[in-house]
Design a protein around this ligand. Structure first.
Ligand SMILES: Nc1nc2c(c(=O)[nH]1)N[C@H]1C(S)=C(S)[C@@H](COP(=O)(O)O)O[C@H]1N2
Ligand SMILES: [Mo]
Length: 388
C-alpha cells in the first residue's frame, strides 16, 4: 500500500554537514559492501544461534531427550565456538552498521506501510544483535550490571535475533542475490576508499579480538590471549576457578572432619572420604568447560558414579540428583540423566592431578562427567539421590 501523503522536503538538518547528498564517497557504503560484510555476520550469527541452542538444551535437558556423553570434548568445542564466534561478531556488527548507516537518513523515512515495517524490523534486529553480543561479553567477565537473569534473556533474545535476521534476509533477498558476486562496475567514486581496504581492516579486527581471547579455550594460545578473562593454567592446582569455597560460603562445611557423603536409594548408605578412597578408584582425563567460554583439561580420580549407584541399589536406567553444600545457588542441585550416570568416565572425583582436590575445586568431592557444561560439574557434593 502506498502512503498517499505528500512528505515535506527533508529537514534542513539532513541536508547539512555529513548528511548532505554526495557525502558518502567510494565503495564503503555500497550494497555490495553491505552484502559482503553481511554474509560474514550472518554466518557468525548462525553459528552462535545453533551452538547457543545446543548449550541451552545441554544445560536444561528435557526429560524426554537423551544426550550423548561422547565425544568427551563435544561441549568444549561447541561452546568454545559460541563464545569465540560471538566475540568475532562484535567488529563485524560494528562495521556492518557503519556500512549501512547512511540509509538511516534516507528521505522520505517511509515510502509505504511495508517499508515502515521493514525499517522497524531492522531496528529490532540491530537492538537484538547488540543485546546478545553485549550481554554475552558482560557474562564472560562475570559482570551483571542489569536487573534480569542472563540465561533466559540471552536465550529468548537469541530467538528474536534469529527471527529478525531471517526476515531481513528475506526482504533483502533480491539485493543480496544481485550483489552476491563481484561486479565489474566501477565504484561510485574510484578515488574514494576501497572495499578491499575496508575488508582488510575488518579481517584484522576479527583476527585481533580472536587471538586476544581464544586462548581461554585453545590452551596453547594462552600466552597470546592477553584479553582472555581466564587462562587455562592459572588457579589452584593449575586450573581456573569460578567460585571459590569462600565465595560459596562452604568453607566450614568442607573443613568439617565429620563430613560424609549421603547416598539415598533402595539401599541408602553414607561414606567418609576415607571409605570412598577405599572403593575402586579410576582416573579420567576430562575438560571442565565453562559456558563462559574457558575450558581446561585435567586428570581426575575418584569413584565411578555408577559404582556408587549400584551400591545404593539403583535399578537400570535410574538417574541421579546431586546436592552441593552450597545453598541458595543455581548450582545447589543438579540432575544427572542415566546416559551420563552410567558412563564409565563419570566420577565423583576426590583427587585432581594426583593430589586431593583443592577446596576451591570442590573438596571433599565433586562431579566430573564427559561432554557436559561446567555449571553441571557440581562441587562440594554432600548428598546424592537415586531417582527411578
Ligand atoms: N557448588 C558449585 N558447583 C559449581 C559451581 C558453583 O558455583 N558452585 N560453579 C560451576 C561452574 S560455572 C564451573 S565452570 C565449574 C568450575 O569448576 P572449577 O572451579 O573446578 O574450575 O564448576 C561448577 N560447579
Ligand atoms: Mo561455568
Amino acid at each position: 500500500m502506498k502512503l498517499d501523503i505528500r512528505l515535506p522536503d527533508p529537514p534542513a538538518v539532513l541536508r547539512r554537514g555529513p548528511f548532505r547528498a554526495g557525502t558518502f564517497r567510494g565503495a564503503l557504503h555500497e550494497p555490495r559492501t553491505a552484502v559482503v560484510v553481511g554474509r560474514l555476520l550472518g554466518a557468525a550469527f548462525l553459528v552462535c544461534f545453533l551452538t547457543g541452542l545446543l548449550s541451552h538444551v545441554m544445560q536444561h535437558q528435557p526429560q524426554w531427550l537423551a544426550l550423548p556423553s561422547r565425544p568427551v570434548w563435544g561441549y568444549r568445542v561447541t561452546q568454545g565456538l559460541h563464545v569465540a564466534v560471538g566475540i568475532a561478531a562484535v567488529p563485524l556488527l560494528l562495521v556492518k552498521m557503519w556500512v549501512v548507516y547512511p540509509r538511516l537518513f534516507a528521505w522520505p523515512p517511509a515510502k509505504s506501510v511495508g517499508h515502515a515495517l521493514e525499517r522497524l524490523s531492522i531496528g529490532v534486529l540491530v537492538a537484538a544483535g547488540i543485546f546478545e553480543l553485549s550481554t554475552g561479553l558482560f557474562n564472560i567477565v562475570q559482570w551483571y550490571p542489569w536487573p534480569f537473569w542472563f540465561v533466559p534473556a540471552h536465550y529468548w533474545l537469541g530467538w528474536v535475533a534469529a527471527g529478525a535476521v531471517t526476515l531481513h534476509v528475506a526482504v533483502k533477498l533480491p539485493l543480496i542475490v544481485g550483489h552476491w558476486r563481484r561486479s565489474r562496475a566501477a565504484a561510485a567514486d574510484p578515488d574514494g576508499p576501497s572495499r578491499r581496504g575496508l575488508l582488510t581492516v575488518v579481517g584484522a579486527g576479527v583476527g585481533v579480538v580472536t587471538l586476544a581471547t581464544v586462548g581461554q579455550t585453545v590452551t596453547p594460545l594462552g600466552r597470546v590471549s592477553v584479553l582472555a578473562p581466564r587462562r587455562a593454567d592459572i588457579g589452584p592446582q593449575g586450573l581456573p576457578v569460578n567460585r571459590t569455597a569462600f565465595g560459596a560460603g562452604v568453607l566450614d562445611a568442607v573443613r568439617d572432619p565429620g563430613w560424609r557423603l549421603e547416598v539415598m536409594g533402595p539401599r541408602p548408605f553414607t561414606a567418609t572420604r576415607e571409605e570412598l578412597l577405599a572403593m575402586a578408584q579410576h582416573t579420567v582425563t576430562l575438560p571442565i568447560t565453562c559456558v563462559e567460554g574457558w575450558s581446561a583439561s585435567a586428570d581426575w580420580s575418584g569413584v565411578r558414579i555408577r559404582d556408587l549407584m549400584a551400591r545404593a541399589g539403583a535399578p537400570a536406567g535410574a538417574h541421579l540428583r546431586v546436592f552441593s553444600h552450597e545453598r541458595f545457588s543455581p548450582y545447589s542441585v543438579m540432575d544427572m540423566p542415566d546416559e551420563y550416570a552410567r558412563d564409565s568416565l563419570t566420577l565423583l572425583a576426590l583427587m585432581l592431578r594426583g593430589e586431593p582436590l583443592a577446596e576451591d575445586h570442590g573438596y571433599p568431592a565433586r562431579i566430573i562427567a564427559p561432554n557436559r557444561p561446567g555449571v553441571l560439574q557440581t562441587k562440594w557434593v554432600t548428598r546424592m539421590e537415586v531417582l527411578t
